[in-house]
Ligand binder design. Structure first.
Ligand SMILES: *Cc1c(COP(=O)(O)O)cnc(C)c1O
Length: 379
């Protein structure tokens, strides 16, 4: 006889918001009452709160994490003929932000231990690049993948040697620490996403840019409102990309809980790390010393990944692959001319990583059950 399966999702959005529902309803009601849906008072309040949280002087809300990346590159005047160095092992938006502006992504392989861009490989690339290529390299854009910062000291050292600004794709890393600094406060600017599956998620799309540079902040503010400071007087061609007042109101409430929720994620990661430590077919995530991983995802490498994932699904346990096809091998980027084998660490990660359920609403028992089941299947 079959017993009923306890289904464990990757995350359960309604369960996440249930405990704070009254506060959210109040915040939403305030927006309904004042009616200032575009750049209303909650937007500036929430921008200030995020700037304080990240330790930057400025924060600029926008419509999504994807737009945050686009706005940052637009503010750097990235255009046709320019190059931007980034990783192929990320969400699509990291690279599409570059190509949409007509620029060329220069894709550099990852460190297989952290899945973040390999600073030494950037160094090797720049050492053999022509003077013209170096001059046209407008940004280095590391991604703080899964919630852990890239090797920022090494990246900043290279960037300052070549005079190239660093734009952090911090979409998965709000609250991550890197040797005393916060994600988004290390490079020229940080790009955040409030997509519902991020650690700080809205009730829809939303994004934010953080920076300490007042001129850069002013450019970003201009670009997010069609390049017009004064309505109908356009200094540059920008976009329509604002954070909705409604999203800011919701996110303002949720930000107050973020550290507690991140603490839960770190606790869950510790449960997995203990339970899966001695399974030879599994490689655990690593947390670099001096850094605080916020575990937007808990990702292991596992042999026979697809078999393990199918067996987990049969046991009622959700898992996900971030990301099955590295960006240099995506159909839409075929024109860039990369081929299989060019970025071997990213390709091997794409073939072997598996994200397990991790979200603040999961109970310890749920996670112990997932870990035990993974152990049985993979062990
Ligand atoms: C989520 C994400 C984005 C895009 O954010 P959206 O808000 O969905 O547009 C960009 N980069 C990375 C690494 C992400 O995880």
């Amino acid at each position: 006889m079959e017993t009923t399966l306890k289904k464990i999702p990757l995350l359960d959005v309604p369960a996440q918001t249930q405990p704070i529902r009254a506060e959210l309803e109040e915040a939403i009601a305030r927006v309904l009452d004042h009616g200032r849906y575009i750049l209303g008072p909650e937007v500036a309040e929430f921008e200030k709160a995020v700037a304080d949280y990240c330790g930057t002087r400025h924060a600029i809300g926008c419509a999504s994490g994807s737009d945050a990346l686009s706005l940052a590159l637009m503010a750097l005047s990235v255009g046709p003929g320019d190059r931007v160095i980034t990783t192929p092992y990320s969400f699509f938006a990291t690279v599409s932000a570059i190509t949409r502006l007509g620029a060329t992504p220069v894709l550099i392989d990852i460190d297989p231990a952290t899945y973040n861009i390999d600073a030494a490989a950037i160094e090797r690339h720049l050492a053999t690049a022509s003077a013209e290529e170096i001059a046209r390299t407008r940004a280095i854009m590391p991604v703080h993948l899964y919630g852990q910062c890239a090797d920022m000291d090494a990246l900043l050292a290279i960037a300052s040697r070549y005079g190239i600004p660093v734009v952090e794709d911090a979409a998965q890393a709000i609250g991550a620490d890197y040797r005393g600094r916060r994600a988004g406060a290390i490079g020229l600017c940080g790009c955040f996403s409030f997509f519902p599956s991020k650690n700080l998620g809205g009730m829809g799309d939303g994004g934010m840019l953080t920076t300490n540079d007042a001129d850069f902040a002013a450019k970003l503010r201009l670009l997010r409102t069609h390049g017009a400071e004064k309505k109908y007087y356009h200094r540059v061609v920008g976009m329509n990309s604002r954070l909705d007042t409604l999203q800011a109101a919701v996110l303002q409430v949720k930000l107050r809980y973020l550290d507690g929720w991140t603490g839960r994620r770190r606790h869950i990661a510790a449960i997995y790390n203990r339970a899966l430590a001695n399974i030879p077919t599994i490689t655990l995530p690593v947390e670099l010393t001096g850094c605080r991983h916020i575990y937007n995802q808990y990702v292991v490498r596992v042999t026979q990944r697809d078999r393990v994932r199918a067996a987990l699904a049969e046991a009622g346990i959700a898992s996900e692959i971030y990301y099955p096809v590295p960006l240099h091998l995506q159909e839409c980027f075929a024109y860039l001319g990369y081929k299989p084998g060019d970025l071997a660490n990213s390709e091997s990660a794409a073939a072997s990583t598996l994200a397990l359920p991790i979200s603040h609403e999961h109970t310890d028992e749920d996670i112990q059950h997932v870990a035990a089941t993974v152990g049985q299947i993979a062990g």
